[in-house]
Design a protein around this ligand. Structure first.
Ligand code: SAM
Length: 382
């Protein structure tokens, strides 16, 4: 059977808390035999389904192809089972390899040791059959292998994505504390934005939310800007078939509706420059209105009936907490006074910050970002 038609089990990971959005996206993409799980979604499909998942899923972090599951309480079992995998199907003997391991509640709990064992197993297998062994390389390896150990059950997976999918390839400017592209996309989708009403980000920073909103409204696949996915270096890869799929995805990108308004504001002129650079990199710079403005004076024109999707400062540096809480209080006051009936999706640095907005009736959802639990508050402003 051709490698492209063979069926595999895949696991698509996402940031904790984003599983519902990822599941909806995966459903819309018609990924076969889809199941929602903790930390992501699972599906059973072909490599072509995995290509589509990598190209189109806005909230996915990586797409893993499961190749082997077994029990191992000690190194011998790990070595033996890892050596039984037909690695030569995926990787050339002189290719480059990288292994990442995670372990939880297991006898094998030293991740470096687990990585070493799996590397040895793969290299020994190659050396025995070809006399040559792959080398180890972290940056752009030809094959990235994930080892997940939980309660002594080992899952070996091939990483079809390689670098995290939040690295879309369009970011020209970092700004300060940018929200990840995947979370920005999730915020826009969580907000229920109808893609017709204006979308405003009053703390736009480097413009991540605006870029992701524009990509969504333009039906542009988020993976189109990415220079490379992991599967492109695999031995079984069919570059011509993937190029065709990419061309088909590119053809689905449409012009933004002429009347659509996307607005980004920030108090720091340098951030507005960052946002402009990122919007230019995606070709949306002439479609987004950017302005230096203080959110404590935020007062959009009446009748806009906009969606406000934003992430104000987290206030995590020493001495900033009280000042940031004051900023949330002032911004919440502006929203209540000027934006009744608007819809809000706001990523707050902490539950206290979300509370400081002074707005009851919002739904609160916990998401993990930057190693901390954040609150995504969504709903109608009253
Ligand atoms: C957490 S960052 C937003 C990051 C942004 N989502 C991105 O992806 O780059 C918060 C932003 O709020 C801006 N800011 C801080 N105080 C502000 C204020 N009073 N009015 C408007 N913007 C403000 C900062 O300059 C910073 O760019």
């Amino acid at each position: 059977m051709s490698a492209l038609r063979e069926r595999h089990t895949f696991f698509v990971t996402c940031a904790p808390g984003l599983e519902p959005v990822l599941f909806e996206e995966a459903k819309a993409l018609a990924l076969p035999k889809l199941e929602r799980q903790i930390g992501g979604v699972r599906f059973e499909g072909t490599l072509i389904d995995a290509w589509r998942a990598n190209l189109w899923l806005r909230t996915a972090v990586r797409v893993l192809l499961r190749i082997q599951r077994f029990e191992a309480r000690h190194a011998d079992a790990l070595l033996e089972n890892a050596m039984a995998v037909e690695w030569e199907r995926w990787l050339a003997p002189e290719g480059f390899l990288w292994i990442d391991a995670q372990s939880r509640d297991s006898a094998l709990d030293h991740t470096r040791f687990i990585e070493q064992c799996v590397k040895d197993a793969i290299c020994d297998r190659f050396r025995a059959s070809t006399g040559v062994r792959p080398s180890v390389r972290k940056e752009a390896p030809d094959l990235r292998v994930h080892v997940h150990v939980s309660r002594d059950r080992v899952t070996l997976s091939l990483d079809t994505s390689d670098d995290s999918l939040h690295k879309r390839g369009w970011r020209a400017a970092q700004g300060r504390a940018p929200v990840s592209e995947t979370l920005a996309a999730a915020m826009v989708m969580f907000s229920g934005w109808n893609q017709r009403a204006p979308l405003v980000d009053p703390f736009c920073g480097s413009g991540t939310i605006l870029v992701e909103a524009a990509l969504l409204a333009a039906n542009a696949a988020p993976g189109l800007y990415r220079p490379r996915f992991g599967f492109e270096s695999w031995l079984v890869h069919d570059a011509a078939a993937f190029a065709k799929l990419k061309d088909e995805a590119a053809a689905l990108r449409r012009e933004l509706p002429r009347k659509l308004r996307l607005v980004g504001l920030d108090v720091d002129p340098a951030r507005i420059d960052d946002a402009r650079a990122n919007l230019a990199a995606t070709g949306f710079d002439d479609r987004v209105e950017l302005e230096v403005s203080n959110a404590t004076e935020f007062a959009p024109l009446p009748g806009w009936n906009a969606w406000i999707v934003t992430n104000p400062p987290y206030g995590e540096r020493i001495g900033e907490a009280a000042e940031t809480e004051e900023l949330y209080r002032a911004f919440g006051g502006q929203l209540r006074e000027h934006c009744a009936g608007y819809r809000l999706a706001l990523l707050a640095g902490s539950p206290e910050h979300a509370k400081a907005l002074g707005m009851g009736g919002l739904k609160r959802h916990t998401v993990v970002h930057g190693g901390a639990e954040r609150v995504l508050a969504t709903g109608e402003i009253r």
